[in-house]
Design a protein around this ligand. Structure first.
Ligand SMILES: [Zn+2]
Ligand SMILES: [Zn+2]
Length: 273
């Protein structure tokens, strides 16, 4: 019996998710001991919402993002775009190209993430920040509108002329490292934090206090935040997480939140005589 075409990618995805769940469960048990269980119970309700957002994202948004990025790449090639970097990547060879692709993808992601914190785009990105019990799986708490922003990273890498394999590798590395920095472990990574982002650093980015959450925008490297004045990591994060604004509970509340903010009538200034 042959399985329908869509079954294999779904099984692959489920296996990948299962392995990641086991990895982060073992990590939590090693770092926190029995407290890992009570922390997991505390995060259960938000994880349930994250699972719904993740499922919709995989079925709806991932194909849309891949299709738009592929259509853009095809159009650029058809127009004869001579990417300035393409010849360079050929000369550099595989390992250097892979490293530069991840590094530049993180640079583009840094600026895209800063844009997502602008007044206009924040309502969409606030959904990612609404999780108060951050776990590795919180990476997948993302509103579809916010998710469209990742197309900018792919467009940037395409314009720089990276081969498809290097773009795919950069996406994969940033995805797994992204899960790592959301993990509920207090690690600052010590001296490695001069170069790499840490779970503590990203946890500060999820602080409820907006002054603090306006820091630490990159995913893999800390060097961009250090270079552009947005680095903040005084130690393991100890402040409440989430957002200040009220958001209706459940997955539906998450989906509706940005639309409510964008389309609700603004309060009129009170006239004084
Ligand atoms: Zn953010
Ligand atoms: Zn995050």
């Amino acid at each position: 019996m042959t399985l329908p075409n869509f079954v294999k990618p779904v099984l692959d995805q489920a296996a990948d998710l299962g392995l990641m769940a086991i990895f982060f469960l073992v990590l939590a048990l090693l770092v926190k001991g029995a407290k890992a269980w009570s922390d997991a119970r505390a995060a259960a309700e938000e994880t349930r919402i994250n699972l719904i957002l993740y499922g919709v994202d995989q079925v709806l948004m991932t194909p849309i993002v891949v299709l738009i990025a592929a259509a853009f790449a095809q159009t650029v090639h058809a127009m004869g775009w001579d990417a300035p970097g393409a010849a360079l990547w050929d000369k550099f060879g595989g390992i250097a190209t892979a490293f530069i692709a991840v590094f530049l993808a993180d640079f583009l992601g840094y600026w895209r993430h800063r844009l997502q914190h602008s007044a206009l785009l924040w309502p969409g990105h606030a959904v990612h920040h609404s999780d108060t019990q951050l776990t590795w799986f919180s990476l997948n708490r993302m509103h579809p509108i916010d998710r469209l922003g990742t197309i900018l990273d792919l467009i940037g890498l395409t314009l720089l002329g990276f081969p498809t394999w290097a773009v795919a590798l950069a996406v994969m590395v940033r995805h797994y490292y992204g899960a790592f920095i959301h993990a509920d472990v207090p690690w600052t990574l010590g001296r490695f934090s001069w170069v790499f982002n840490s779970p503590a650093m990203h946890r500060w980015h999820h602080a409820r206090d907006e002054e603090i959450s306006g820091k630490n925008f990159a995913t893999v490297f800390s060097v961009f935040d250090r270079a552009f004045g947005t680095y903040y990591c005084p130690g393991p994060c100890t402040v409440p997480l989430g957002i200040e604004a009220p958001m209706a509970p459940g997955a539906l509340g998450q989906y509706l939140y940005p639309l409510q903010v964008w389309f609700s009538p603004r309060p009129q200034p009170v006239e004084t005589h």
